[in-house]
Design a protein around this ligand. Structure first.
Ligand SMILES: NC(=O)c1ccc[n+]([C@@H]2O[C@H](COP(=O)([O-])OP(=O)(O)OC[C@H]3O[C@@H](n4cnc5c(N)ncnc54)[C@H](OP(=O)(O)O)[C@@H]3O)[C@@H](O)[C@H]2O)c1
Length: 189
């Protein structure tokens, strides 16, 4: 059966996702938002397997060193330049399709869900790829300065789901910042 691809991202109103190598709201911490990220990406649907997180090199280095690799998940870092995985990363892939191939071959027995966790070009490639895709978007309702952006989610290609298991529907607030969790699913052609 073809694999579902998931992406998870937190975005400002202008679709900004990062600034100067960090989250736009840094140094403010959104702990409950981070817990949501961890729960969604680290919880496999099959006992005994692990989910996979795929990320670009800058996203890898944006994770504090003490939190790398992301625990209980197989961490794949994408880079065209690196010859070996960055210290702590489990696997290196030279492009997105190589990462997916690695998951379907060498990692097939141990890998469960696949989660794309950034950055910009990787989200774009995942969102434009074929097959079933889900986008788990945290809509941050406050604008911060941003230099890295999420491509527009085309409502011709994605529909907003009315609800999704384990995703709270009510308005969230931490440190004076309000946000909402949204889930989009690709419309099958
Ligand atoms: N708000 C959120 O949810 C969220 C999520 C993730 C990241 N971020 C933020 O976004 C920023 C980082 O994202 P970014 O877009 O600047 O960078 P990025 O995609 O994380 O990393 C870019 C680098 O990754 C490698 N890469 C990316 N796509 C690749 C591909 N398809 N094939 C091979 N290599 C690939 C390349 O490395 P080489 O140059 O080595 O080839 C590229 O220079 C940070 O500010 C971070 O905090 C925010």
């Amino acid at each position: 059966m073809p694999r579902v691809l998931n992406a998870i991202v937190a975005v400002c109103p202008d679709r900004g996702i990062g600034n100067k190598g960090n989250l736009p709201w840094h140094p403010i911490r959104l702990s409950k938002e981070f817990a949501h990220f961890r729960k969604m990406t680290a919880t496999p649907s099959v006992k005994g397997k692990q989910n996979v997180v795929i990320m670009g090199k800058k996203t890898w280095y944006s994770i504090p060193e003490k939190n790398r690799p992301l625990s209980n998940r197989i961490n794949i870092v994408l880079s065209r330049e690196c010859k070996v995985p960055p210290a702590g990363a489990h696997y290196l892939a030279s492009d997105f399709s190589s990462a997916l191939r690695l998951i379907d071959t060498e990692l097939a027995d141990q890998a469960d869900q696949v989660w794309v966790i950034g950055g910009s070009s990787l989200y774009k490639e995942m969102m434009g790829s074929t097959g079933m895709r889900r986008l788990f978007v945290t809509q941050i309702l406050k604008q911060f300065e941003c230099d890295t952006f999420l491509p527009e989610i085309s409502l011709d290609k994605y529909r907003l789901l009315p609800e999704f298991p384990d995703v709270p529907q009510e308005l969230q607030e931490e440190n004076g910042i309000q946000y909402r969790f949204k889930v989009y699913e690709s419309i099958q052609e």
